[in-house]
Design a protein around this ligand. Structure first.
Ligand code: PRP
Ligand code: URA
Length: 212
């Protein structure tokens, strides 16, 4: 598994305001989207493209376009929805599928409650969006689900990760040789006893959409 921390002053700047507990929900939503767009630049570095011929007003030349099948973007509900717009803005022709997962706050185990994805993902390049890679349980389950359906190239995009989550994901993928990449805005210090990232930004879903 390849882990890429997107080290850029604009990313650190936007993360700072996401972390700040005084940031209100509308601002948090806007920043999460903008941060996703910046992370998308790194996450799509290996997006599959093919050449095609065009003519400029001056001369013919060869350009590139996204290959078929188009990439699939999978936000993990709820909080991953806050990143979707920032990603599709850069990849408007990508398809979008959904996975709904909720972490049991006592056991910290993920529970999958919704799935709207193609059954067959053979040969698909998939971008999974979830702002927080904490214990890594949700992302590990999501990636195994996609691999079981045939996805052959997966990039997980997170706003923040914990070292424990990165290690768990790496261990859970040890037996696969399908390329998996993680792109994150930062790797924080640790998890606390409740499984929250420290210093982190709190509960991403609640900060985006309110407490349920
Ligand atoms: C949060 C977050 C991730 C998960 C990360 O979702 O958006 O999906 O926790 O934790 P993990 O790495 O320990 O599995 P949550 O369960 O709070 O649901 P929500 O998005 O609906 O708020
Ligand atoms: N989920 C969140 O939203 N925040 C954390 O810090 C950990 C899991």
């Amino acid at each position: 598994m390849d882990v890429h921390v997107a080290d850029h002053p604009l990313i650190a700047h936007k993360l700072t305001y996401l972390r700040d507990k005084r940031t209100d929900s509308p601002t948090f939503r806007r920043l999460a989207e903008e941060l996703m767009t910046l992370l998308a630049y790194e996450a799509t570095r290996d997006v599959r493209v093919e050449p095609f011929r065009i003519e400029t007003p001056v001369a013919p030349t060869t350009g590139i376009k996204l290959s078929n099948p188009k990439p699939l973007i999978v936000p993990i509900l709820r909080a991953g929805l806050g990143m979707l717009e920032g990603m599709v803005r850069l990849l408007p022709s990508a398809e979008v599928g959904f996975l709904g997962m909720q972490r049991n706050e006592e056991t910290l185990e993920p529970v999958t409650y919704a799935n709207r994805l193609p059954d067959d993902l053979t040969g698909r390049q998939v971008f999974v969006l979830d702002p927080m890679l904490a214990t890594g349980g949700s992302m590990a389950d999501a990636i195994h689900y996609l691999l079981d359906r045939g996805a052959d190239n997966i990039t997980a995009v997170c706003l923040l990760a914990a070292p424990e989550g990165v290690a768990h994901l790496e261990a859970s993928l040890a037996s696969t040789d399908i390329p998996v990449k993680v792109v994150t805005g930062a790797i924080d210090e640790r998890l606390n006893e409740k499984g929250y990232i420290v210093p982190g930004l709190g509960d991403a879903g609640d900060r985006l959409y309110g407490v349920v």
